[in-house]
Each structure stands twice: as C-alpha cells, then as structure tokens.
Design a protein around this ligand. Structure first.
Ligand code: C2O
Ligand code: CU
Length: 612
C-alpha cells in the first residue's frame, strides 16, 4: 500500500510511482482548444480508514474528479490547502458505497494539491491539476487577532452561569452565539492551590430546549455525586448545583494539574461541548525550592478546539441530521446517517482559547504552555514551525519524573501536555504552532494537518525561570498487582436484525446503559486494568475518579511522556494498554469512556462502581 507523506502546509510532494489501480480507461474527449480533457477517479476500497486511498495520486486536466467509495464507512476528500475564507479549497463527504464529484476542481491553479480524509487523516493523497486550470491558489495562513486568555477565578467559591452569549471567534464579521459558562468561551479559568477546597456553583440559564446539563471536572478526584454524572444530579433549566472539589487525594493535596470542566450530559455531550460548554481548571503546586518554572503572564493555558461556522459566523450544526436511536435487544443502537462509525464531528476552523488563528506576542524568553485539546474528535500533533523543541514537563495530571525533549506532541481529545518553550534567539520572528501528521504508519499519522496559532517573538527580557533538571513528580502507585482485574475492550457493535442496520460503539460488546454496573471495585484496593481496541479507528480512553499509572503499552514500558499520572490514553487499533490506580476516598458510580464525544454519546461508555 502506497501512501503519500505531505509536509506541513506544503502541497508539493516527491515524485511517486504512477498509480497502478485500474479504474478503467479515462474518458477522454477533444477540447475546443488544445489538449485532451482528462478526468480523474479517486478510489477508496474496503478498509480505507486503515489502508488509505487506493489511488493516492491522481491527475486531472480540464475534467472532473470523481470519488468512488467502496468502503463501508464514510470518507472525505478534503484539500489541505485553505482558501481566502480560511476553509479547505475543496471538500466533499462521500457516503459509504456511493460516488461523489469533487467540487470546484475547474477553479484550481495548475499544480499539486494535497488532500486527506477529515475523518481518518492518515488517508492522504495528491491531486495534480494539469493544463491551464483556474486561478485559485492556496492561501498562506494569516493570524489576525490577538490570543485572549480567559478570565481567571481564584476564590474558594466560584459561581458560573451557563447562558447563551455572543462571543468573538472569527477575526471579522459578527460574533458567534454560543452556550457559555459565564459569558465567555472558554469559560473562566479556575486556578486553585492543591488541597484548597473549592466549590463551584453552576447555574443553568441556557435557552429553552437545551435541556438539563451536567458539569464534569475532567481529571479531578471528587465524590461520585460531584462528578457530573450523565443521567443523575442534573442541573435543570432555572436550577443550579454546587460541586464540591476538595482538591485532595487520600488526605494529601492534589498535585499541580491542568484539568478542564465540560458538559457531560448523556447523549448530548458532543453537542453541548460544540456549543461551548468548556473551561479550564489549573491546580497549582505549592512553591518548590529550586524549581523556577515560567509563571504569571508566561504561564499560558491554551485550549485548542475546532468548530465549523456558517458564512454569518454562527456555529454549524453537525448534529441536526444525526443518527436516530433505536432499541436493540434491550440496549441502544443508532440508525441512519452519521451513525457509528460515521459519527465524526470535525470542524474546519481551529480555535485557540475560542479564537480562530490567533497570535500571541511573546518576549524572547521561556514560556510555560499548558496545551489542551478540547476538540470533539480530532487529534493534533503539535510542533513549532522552526523545529524548536517543546520540553514536556508534565501531563495534564502532574509533572513527569523527568522533562522530555520533544519535537512534536500528539494530543487526542481531552489530552493535555505541560510544555516549556524557550523563544530566545527568535526575536523579530514569527513562529507558527501547527499540527503536522507523523509519517505514514507512525504514531500520530491520523493527526490533522493545520496551522494553529502564531507566536510573534519580541525582544529578550529578564527571565528568572530555569529549565528544570529534576521535577517533583507525584509518586505513582506501587507495588501494582500482576493480575489484570478488568479488561475493557473498545469496539464497534452492529446489528442487522429488525430490517435495519443499526450500529453502536461498544465496550465489552455492549452499549452504555447507566443502570448497568459493568465492574465493581473495593474502596482502598489497587487495581490493574487493561484496554484493548478491536475496532478500525483510534480511541481515547478516559477514566473518571482516579489518576492512573501507565504500566504497559503493547507489552512494553510506556514512552517517557507517559511515565506520569494519566487519565486519558491513546488506543490505536489493535493496541493494548495496562494501567493501575488505588481507589481512595469515594464510593459510588463513575464512568470510563472514549473521549471522542460522538463515540461517548453513541454507546462507548461504561459504569464502574466503587463499593465499601
Ligand atoms: Cu472529559 Cu468523562 O470526561
Ligand atoms: Cu472512540
């Protein structure tokens, strides 16, 4: 299988062998002017999500480009290049078992146009436009608006009103109506020292029809009733609920962490997060002698997310014609368009702290960037355009035992990384934070290819920070049991009975049922759990209630950036990961689920109960 590697923001690729796939003789017709019309066909065969396009390299000259999807999943043919409006120059969704035409090909300038599948970005190809072509050329990304850091709340009592508000997302034109925590997107960043109890009161004043909500503080350790349960302890419209976060674990202060809060309502999590119900929560460490990390304005939380917008800057509604739920042997399944595995909510526009393509003016000093991917579905493999390394000092759940020098950091939905960047030597330059897919087959080959934001580097300035030699990382549970107490298998369930094709995302073969307890753990014990992925796509496994130690990834020691505490793991097709944690303080129901929000909403969640 040939695949095409495409460099960041470049549409030129190395010469490849001509495509051998036989799609029949091209229709050729004489043209009034010189030259023959050549049509092109892009073929996707069964298993395309894993194998890539069957025709990764095609040429068109004055003709049409047809996509034939012989797979049982939907795919897209989307240009990497963006136009003046910031949107892909061409973009077509091709439903399973159908054919579509790539729109706008006649307007493209001659040259090579890299394309990919938005739902499975490791599918990559190049369309060569020959002959005169049109005048449309790819636009370089522009960064027109300053980055905004959400307001910070530091008190022991925080009150956030969920309400519809107009927020600035795009650099030009009207503001965007979103569902917000307290009027901003992202909501206010809560910053609290570990060990200092915090009560967050959430008031629901969302529009009629939004329904009841539930707010989950992702990564934190707190009581089951304060967990933002999907079907209980809901906040009805007009009501409020106070969540109690002691920020302690087993009587000790929680380690410094980068958590985030977001809606967790059953079946509606993807929609509610898309509409804007997301915010950041930083648990700060007590000062550690000798540790001088960048702080203040040089400690920047960056929530990276993506949305699609209509021409009037309002959010597109990818859920409007979503799948229909049906009863299925006593459990739920989904039928119709965008039912699993075609339920990928991707956005065309990347937002950082709510703004499209922002820039941040920095001094030529060290910065601490707290990176969070709050996208519903997509992954980003983040890198700086001049190859400057990112020094990863933590996960979202505490510091790593040792800083790790990385040229790129892959973040799937809900994953976070705490990194240091040294901008010294870059005065007067503009560096782009971008997502670049890894080489085919490499980890992160399914990350998006896109610019994210720009750093405008100014003069050097006084900098009392130091790159850390050692890090006061939280201690990991030890010893760990050898026996795996529970295996969670992430897969796709299908049902062809009842005259329709119903499908659902599953854990251990079942779709989520809030009334079913899938596992019981005794409070005070240490358990070893295993995840397996039997489906064709990557999942991101998240566990509530505790922070975990990663023991094994595919039978080997995890990579150095997975040696800290963790709550969300990448799980590629065929992969196996083993983790361990001690269950302390709280009994009751908690969730384990895929953090690709459509997968979560469409069954890929299970309940475990901690029992006395
Ligand atoms: Cu970030 Cu169960 O969620
Ligand atoms: Cu998933």
């Amino acid at each position: 299988m040939r695949r095409v590697a495409v460099g960041a923001a470049a549409v030129v690729v190395a010469a490849l062998a001509p495509v051998a796939y036989d799609v029949g003789p091209p229709r050729q017709a004489p043209r009034a002017s010189a030259g023959a019309v050549v049509n092109a066909t892009i073929v996707i065969e069964e298993g395309g999500a894993r194998k890539g396009y069957a025709t990764p390299r095609v040429t068109v000259s004055g003709g049409v480009v047809t996509v034939v999807n012989l797979d049982s999943m939907d795919h897209t043919v989307t240009s990497v290049a963006k136009g003046a409006d910031g949107l892909p120059v061409f973009d077509v969704r091709v439903r399973a078992g159908t054919t579509a035409t790539v729109p706008g090909v006649e307007t493209l300038a001659a040259g090579d146009w890299a394309f990919y599948c938005k739902f499975h970005p490791s599918m990559r190809g190049v369309l060569t436009v020959e002959g005169g072509g049109g005048g449309v050329e790819p636009e370089r990304p522009t960064f027109e608006q300053p980055l905004v850091v959400p307001p910070t709340r530091r008190g022991a009592q925080v009150r956030l009103v969920m309400r519809r508000a107009l927020v600035r997302t795009m650099p030009h034109g009207p503001r965007t109506a979103m569902w917000t925590y307290d009027g901003t997107y992202p909501g206010p960043t809560i910053r609290r020292r570990g060990g200092r109890g915090t009560q967050v009161t959430i008031v629901n004043r969302l529009p009629r029809g939004a329904g009841s909500m539930s707010t989950h503080l992702h990564g934190d350790h707190h009581a089951s009733a304060d967990d933002g349960q999907p079907t209980t302890q809901l906040i009805r419209r007009g009501d409020s609920r106070t969540y109690d976060y002691p920020l302690t674990v087993d009587g000790r202060a929680e380690p410094g962490s980068f958590f985030w809060y977001h809606d967790h309502r059953m079946d509606r999590t993807a929609r509610n997060n898309w509409r804007g119900l997301q915010g950041m929560f930083v648990v700060t460490d007590p000062p550690t002698p000798g540790l001088r990390l960048p702080s203040g304005a040089r400690d920047v939380p960056l929530m990276i997310s993506e949305r699609s917008f209509r021409a009037d800057n309002q959010l597109a509604d990818p859920f409007a014609d979503g799948p229909r739920m049906v009863g299925h042997h006593g459990q739920m399944a989904w039928v119709g368009p965008q039912s699993p595995p075609d339920d990928a909510t991707v956005g065309d526009t990347v937002l950082v702290n709510g703004r499209a393509a922002p820039y941040l003016t920095v001094s030529a000093t060290r910065y601490r960037l707290r990176l969070l991917n709050s996208s519903p579905f997509s992954s980003y493999n983040l890198t700086l355009s001049d190859g400057r390394p990112l020094l990863q000092i933590g996960t979202g759940s505490g510091l790593l035992p040792k800083a790790v020098v990385r040229t790129s950091v892959l973040l799937g939905p809900a994953q976070r990384a705490d990194v240091l960047v040294d901008f010294s030597g870059a005065s007067g330059r503009r560096l782009v934070l971008e997502s670049v897919p890894a080489a085919p087959g490499g980890t992160g080959a399914d990350a998006r290819e896109t610019a994210v934001m720009e750093f405008r580097v100014g003069d050097p300035a006084r900098d009392s920070s130091r790159l850390p030699t050692g890090l006061p990382a939280p201690t990991l549970v030890s010893p760990v049991p050898r026996r795996v107490a529970k295996t969670w298998t992430f897969g796709l369930g299908e049902d062809h009975s009842g005259g329709h094709h119903a499908s659902f995302w599953s854990i251990n073969g079942k779709a989520f049922d809030p009334a079913r307890v899938d596992h019981r753990v005794t409070l005070g014990t240490v358990e070893r759990w295993r995840f397996r992925n039997t489906s064709d796509v990557t999942h991101y496994v998240h566990i509530h209630a505790e922070q975990w130690r990663t023991l094994l990834r595919d039978g080997h020691a995890p990579p150095p950036w997975e040696l800290g505490l963790e709550d969300t793991w990448r799980l590629e097709p065929g992969e196996e990961v083993e983790v361990a944690a001690r269950f302390t303080d709280y009994t009751g129901p908690f969730m384990i689920h895929c953090h690709m929000l459509d997968h979560e909403d469409h069954g890929m969640m299970a309940r475990f109960d901690v029992v006395p």
